[in-house]
Design a protein around this ligand. Structure first.
Ligand code: AMP
Length: 484
């Protein structure tokens, strides 16, 4: 690859930028108009092979430019196919784990396809399905969807995937974390057998490698350095504070005007709501975003934060990836995430586009094991900038006693914090052994999310065969934390 972004030996040496990668006509014009003059590394690597019809296995995070990397080749192939589509079909399907990411992808595609007569539609949970069904009725060029609602529409015959020749799975590792993996496999199976597929993932756990093996045909592997290794500009630090001190510590911290745009991460949805309420009591106006909020509320929170109408956004890990809000000055981890990798994604919300960022983590002694895991993956010890452990405890809040001993079973953005969506069994006791009993709390009996079902209960192929035991999953009400 050369600095001029030309492709040596391809006869396109006189071209530069996206033209050299094979993007032409209205698409090239719209891409340049969007301000994309020089392709990013992931685009340079991924666009030419996709234009040749190759499958792609991309290791890249949001922020790398991967949306255009998969969207431009698809758009390029779709333009010129004309408007003749079978009803209820989609030519290309892009699956995203969260509604916010899906909305963001559609926005990018609309910008890139401006003037090219390509139709797009969004299929998401949490909003009315009527307008979605109506929009895909005549057939659509590019459908962007979250797996839950898409599965519902396919099951009910409102969407047919047999004509889908392009499939993109974005943030594969996040899909895995959220328990969508079987949905994804089933969806892929329902698309055209000769489809072209791209799978993007920020990390590459074994399950993603397995998924890639099953779904991709002789893929070209493309990779860009993850944000965490490139983000030397994020200054990370630790504040030692007991759980009951954290509220006070956070409010004091936020009193500093230098914290002009702050995202506060909480491990649970319930915790996020409580932090938001406590901040309001302390005089701070904060927006909150998590999986139990309606799509409209989530989008409004994000827009208010993006526009600067509120300077504090409280979020669960659902917002740690996929959301690209420029100019976040600080990330505060109100608590440590269950998965050490989530720490990297959380702090990656700041220090974007070469700007400086500050990430501060509040840590109670009961979180030390999680802290050690984080320090292992970031390969550094977080410097302690404040230690409140010796300070007298603030007046105990009567609510705290019960809250620390009971965490609702669905109050997690992950399914039991496991990648495979299964509940921790005996094998997991070692992993959580260092946590006090009360911190994780008992799970009410009988609470089983769909993804918590053993694999045997879910047949891996063919939408029509999901009956009987799957009634709840495919016919019943979707559990709140699977609303996407
Ligand atoms: P993504 O990883 O696709 O979410 O992209 C991250 C950000 O980079 C988005 O704000 C894009 O608009 C921007 N972007 C993507 N490709 C380019 C490019 N070639 N030149 C300038 N900005 C870009």
């Amino acid at each position: 690859m050369t600095n001029e972004n030309t492709l040596p030996g391809t006869g396109t040496a006189e071209l530069s930028g996206f033209a050299a990668l094979g993007i032409t006509g209205a698409l090239l014009k719209a891409t340049i108009a969007a301000g994309f003059t020089e392709p990013k590394p992931i685009q340079m690597q991924a666009i030419p092979p996709q234009l040749e019809g190759r499958d792609i296995f991309g290791i890249a995070q949001t922020g790398s430019g991967k949306t255009a990397a998969f969207a431009l080749p698809i758009l390029s192939r779709i333009i010129g196919l004309g408007t003749k589509r079978r009803p209820k079909t989609a030519r290309a399907l892009i699956l995203a784990p969260t509604r916010e990411l899906a909305v963001q992808i559609e926005e990018t595609i609309k910008i890139l396809a401006k003037g090219a007569h390509v139709s797009t539609a969004l299929v998401l949970g949490g909003v009315s399905r009527f307008s979605q069904v109506k929009k895909i009725g005549p057939g659509v060029d590019v459908l962007i969807a979250t797996p839950g609602r898409l599965t519902d529409l396919v099951r009910e015959g409102d969407l047919i995937l047999a004509d889908t020749k392009w499939l993109v799975l974005d943030e594969g590792d996040r899909m895995l974390d959220m328990g969508f993996i079987n949905d994804v496999k089933r969806i892929a199976k329902a698309t055209a057998p000769d489809r072209q597929t791209a799978l993007f993932s920020a990390t590459m756990p074994d399950e993603i490698a397995e998924l890639a093996k099953g779904l991709l045909k002789n893929p070209v592997r493309v990779e860009v350095a993850p944000q965490s290794t490139a983000a030397a500009e994020i200054v990370q630090s630790l504040v030692l504070a007991r759980t009951k001190q954290k509220r006070q510590v956070l409010s004091k911290m936020l009193g500093d005007e230098a914290m002009r745009s702050v995202i506060v991460f909480s491990r649970t949805k319930h915790g996020a709501d409580r932090v938001t309420k406590d901040l309001a009591r302390d005089g701070f106006n904060a927006a909150v975003i998590h999986g139990n909020k309606s799509q409209n509320a989530r989008q409004k929170a994000l827009n208010d934060f993006r526009d600067g109408a509120v300077r504090i956004l409280v979020a669960t890990d659902i917002a740690a990836r996929g959301i690209d809000v420029p100019g976040i000055s600080h990330v505060v981890n109100f608590d440590l995430p269950d998965e050490a990798e989530s720490y990297v994604h959380r702090i990656g919300r700041t220090g974007r586009n070469g700007r400086d960022g500050i990430a501060i983590t509040l840590c109670d002694p009961s979180e030390n094991a999680k802290l050690r895991q984080v320090e292992r993956i970031i390969r550094m010890k977080l410097p302690v900038i404040a230690d409140h452990l010796g300070s007298p405890d603030p007046q105990r809040d009567p609510r705290e006693k019960t809250e620390r001993h009971f965490e609702p079973a669905n109050d997690r953005e992950h399914h039991g914090g496991r990648r495979d969506g299964r509940r921790p069994g005996n094998g997991d006791t070692k992993r959580f052994a260092s946590q006090p009993q009360g911190e994780r709390g008992p799970k009410p009996q009988g609470e089983r999310t769909a993804a918590a079902k053993p694999n045997g209960e879910r047949k891996p192929d063919g939408f029509k065969r999901f009956k009987g035991n799957n009634k709840r999953r495919f016919g019943g009400k979707r559990p709140a934390n699977r609303a996407a």
